[in-house]
Design a protein around this ligand. Structure first.
Ligand code: ZN
Length: 353
């Protein structure tokens, strides 16, 4: 899905969305929505399914990410520090998500990355926040997806144990009664598909059978088939817009899989005719990639088109794509072969869905 994002030093997103671009689902975050109110102010048509992330990491005071101050809430100069372990913040985020009319909302997570020995505490905060959101929610049509952070099976078991206890005590719910889950904290590993695949297989193995599983933030076109094959039900991405800012043009997945093109090309200086390889309306407007490089918006929309196309293909034929990947070299090939091994060794992850 199209991730409207906000923050993290990425290029600004477009308001309203460009004409001719249509997407049935978008991802936003609560931080971005603070002070913006409703769908109309974000130029989101009523038919679009809105997924609203908490913007969790944006709340963490960090000298490299002073976005909290920029967005005028918490953590700004002279204001008290707001951390995800603050119970009040859980409610604040939830009210923004509900007030916006989110179809799906993600619980406020506490990333493990960079932690120094306080992983157990951070796992507990993530579990407590999820249960607290279920306890505090007032809008039942907003489905709440519980964000999970873990770096291996041991941490996931620990986290799910804490979550089960917190959910029972705070909301009288069992793990198999919640709306779904999302795996977070994978962005630093986006270039390591093997790591991502292993975490998703662990999630499929330990989560209740049939649970909805979203993957946050690592859905580049070449990763997408692996994410589906490893058991993801949905995913979001803003890599297409980040790549465009770097003047990178994504190859359509079939062009990459058949070896005709690398996964992405440097547009500047390239004489490749984009319309020879891609049927999107944006590629049709340029004679060469080099020309397209001066229009990052067109580049981004092309990249988005390729990402959505990859998602469609991967959802339709996960097995065929996985076998194609497994026959290739490099990190993607290694991840695909490992995934085939894991799914043969255990009960197939597809059977859990
Ligand atoms: Zn294109």
């Amino acid at each position: 899905m199209y991730n409207l994002g906000a923050g993290g030093g990425q290029p600004r997103h477009w308001e309203p969305p460009p004409r001719g671009a249509s997407w049935p689902h978008v991802m936003l975050n609560a931080f971005y929505l603070l002070g913006r109110g409703y769908r109309k102010e974000v130029h989101l048509s009523p038919g679009v399914v809105a997924w609203v992330d908490s913007g969790g990491f944006l709340y963490i005071r960090d000298s490299t990410r002073r976005l909290a101050g920029l967005h005028g809430s918490g953590g700004g100069p002279g204001e008290p520090e707001r951390l995800p372990d603050d119970e009040g913040l859980v409610e604040e985020v939830l009210r923004v998500q509900e007030g916006f009319g989110a179809d799906y909302a993600f619980t406020l997570d506490y990333p493990l990355a960079g932690s120094d020995g306080d992983a157990r505490y951070r796992l507990w905060v993530t579990a407590r926040n999820a249960a607290l959101a279920y306890q505090l929610r007032v809008r039942s049509s907003t489905r709440l997806l519980i964000v999970l952070h873990y770096r291996g099976e041991g941490e996931l078991r620990l986290l799910l144990g804490m979550l089960a206890r917190e959910l029972r005590e705070r909301a009288s719910l069992r793990l198999d009664e919640v709306d779904g889950f999302a795996v977070g904290g994978l962005v630093p590993y986006r270039g390591r598909p093997l790591y991502i695949v292993e975490r998703l297989v662990e999630a499929r193995r330990l989560l209740p059978r049939g649970a909805w599983l979203h993957v946050l933030g690592v859905a580049s076109p070449v990763n997408i088939p692996l994410l589906y094959a490893a058991g993801a039900d949905s995913m979001d991405s803003k890599t297409f817009v980040i790549a465009a800012a770097k003047r990178l043009w994504y190859a359509p997945l079939e062009e990459y899989l058949t070896g005709r093109l690398p996964a992405r090309l440097e547009a500047r200086g390239s004489r490749l005719r984009p319309a020879d390889h891609c049927t999107c309306p944006w590629c049709a407007g340029f004679d060469t990639l080099d020309e397209m490089a001066s229009e990052p918006k067109a580049l981004a929309l092309h990249n988005l088109h390729v990402s959505l196309q990859a998602a469609r293909l991967a959802a339709e034929e996960p097995g065929r794509l996985l076998r194609l990947y497994a026959g290739r070299g490099g990190r993607l090939g290694a991840a695909a072969r490992r995934l085939l091994e894991l799914t043969r060794a255990a009960v197939s992850v597809w059977e859990h869905r």
